[in-house]
Unconditional design. Sequence first.
Length: 409
Amino acid sequence: MSGGPETDPDRYPAAVRRAADGFRAVHGGDPEGVWAAPGRANLIGEHTDYNDGSVMPFALPHTTVVAAARRDDGVLRLHSADTSGGTVRLAPGELAPGTGGWAAYPAGVVWALREAGLLPGTGEGGGAGGDGGAGADLYVTSDVPTGAGLSSSAALEVATALALNDLYGLGLPAERIAALCRRAENDYVGVPCGIMDQMASACCTAGHVLHLDTRDLSHRQVPFDLPAAGLRLLVVDTRVKHALADGEYARRRAGCETAARALGVRALRDVPPGELAAALAALPDPALRPLVRHVVTEDERVREAAALLDTGAIRAVGPVLTAGHASLRDDYAVSCPELDLVVETANAAGALGARMTGGGFGGSAVVLVEAAGAEEIGRAVTDAFAAAGHRAPRLFGAVPSAGARRLDG
Ligand code: GAF
C-alpha cells in the first residue's frame, strides 16, 4: 500500500511552495493566494444524488491546488502542471460551453459565475473586475487520481471557485460554490452529474462523513474516526477507466426520471421504502424496476448507516456497504468484474464490508477493515488481480480529510 498524502505531514506547505513557484515560472509575478480542494470517496449513497436522495461522502487527503491572481482584462490563463499542452488562454468571448479538455472545468466555473451575474466579463463594467472584466491567471497542480471515480473534476472546479470567491470578494457560502461548480460541470463541460461530489469537496471536514440531503442541501458532519476505532478504510483504484460522459450514466439518470414521472412523484426519493413493492408493480416498463429498487433501497441504506454511525457502531456499517455493492452490481448494473473482484476478495479475506464508490463502470472501491488486517487484505486483493490477469490495482488508506480551503495566509 502506498504511503501517499495520508502520511506526509509537510505536504501542504510543500504544495503551497510548489504551486507558487509554478505560478511564477508560468505567469510571471506572484500569485495572490493558494487554494486547495479535495477529491472524495463516497461511503454509501450511490446514484441517489440525482434522485434527490441522501449521500455520505468524505474528503480524501488528495487535493487539487490552485495558485491564482486576478486580471483586469477578463482574460483567463490556465496552466496545469499535470497535463502537457502548455497554457490555455481564453479571452472572455471564447468561453463557450462544450469546449473540451481539462481547462473546461476551471473555464466552466468562470462561465457559471458570469452567468449568475457574480463576475463581470469584458465590457460589462461594474465592480470588482475593473473596466476590462474579471479575469484570472491560474496554476493548477493535483494529486487526486484522475479517471478513478474519486472526483478529480469536482476538486478542480471547487478549488477554482474558492480562489475566485476570495480574489473577487464574492462572499459565497460553500453550498452556493458547490451549486455553481455543478452548473459548470452540467452545462459547460456537459456531464449530467448530481451535486454530491462538489458538495463533498466544498463542505467535508476532517474526521467526518458528510450526511447530505441532495434535495435541499441540508447536511451534517457525522463523526467517522477510523483510527480511534482501530479501523482503516482502503481505497482500491482498479485502474479501469470510468467515463461518466459516455452515456451509461445519463441513461440511468433518464430512466430514474421516467420512473419518477410514471409513479407521479417529484423524484425517486419520494417513494417510501414500505411502498416499494407497489411502486415496482405499478411501473409500466419492467426495465425501470431494478433502477427504482436500487435507488429506494440505497436511500434506506444511507439512513441505516447514519443511524449506526450516530451510535459509534462503525463496524456494523460494513455489511451495509456490501449490500450496497450487490444492489449497484445486480440492479443498477454499474459495476464491472474488477470492482466485483475487489469486493469478493476483500470480504473473503476478512474485510468488514466493501463496495464500489462513485459512478462506477470502473474506478474505485472502498473496503472497511480492521487496522490490523489491512495489509493482508490489501495483499489478497492485489494477488487476486494478478491471478485474474488484471492490471495491478492501486491501494491506499484514506483518512476522512479537510474540505476546500485556502492554504496560505
Ligand atoms: C458521479 C457523479 F458525479 C455524482 O453526482 C454521483 O451521481 C455519483 O457518480 C454516483 O453516486 O460521481
